[in-house]
Design a binder for this molecule. Structure first.
Ligand code: ZN
Length: 84
């Protein structure tokens, strides 16, 4: 998995949030996580899977798991949630 990804894909996960189904939005609202695909950021060696999840302040946001406990962090306010 190398040639099909580019740095520009990183910004597209926000677009992916707009195309979530009604069921996926409900699952997120109830505290679940929904995978929105693999994205890569400048400087990363490989794409990482991003998840959409619920922030009590900002609603549906997306992040990738951090650290050993796969913590998801709202990119706008840094509230934490565990990845499933
Ligand atoms: Zn937030």
């Amino acid at each position: 998995m190398s040639s099909g990804f580019s740095a520009s894909m990183f910004t597209k996960y926000w677009t992916a949030l707009d195309s979530l189904s009604r069921w996926e939005r409900l699952k997120i609202r109830l505290g679940g996580n929904v995978s929105i695909g693999f994205y890569i950021k400048t400087g990363w060696k490989a794409p990482i899977e991003f998840y959409a999840f619920w922030c009590p302040v900002h609603g549906i946001v997306a992040d990738y798991p951090h650290g050993y406990n796969e913590r998801l962090t709202c990119p706008k306010c840094s509230k934490n949630m565990r990845a499933s």
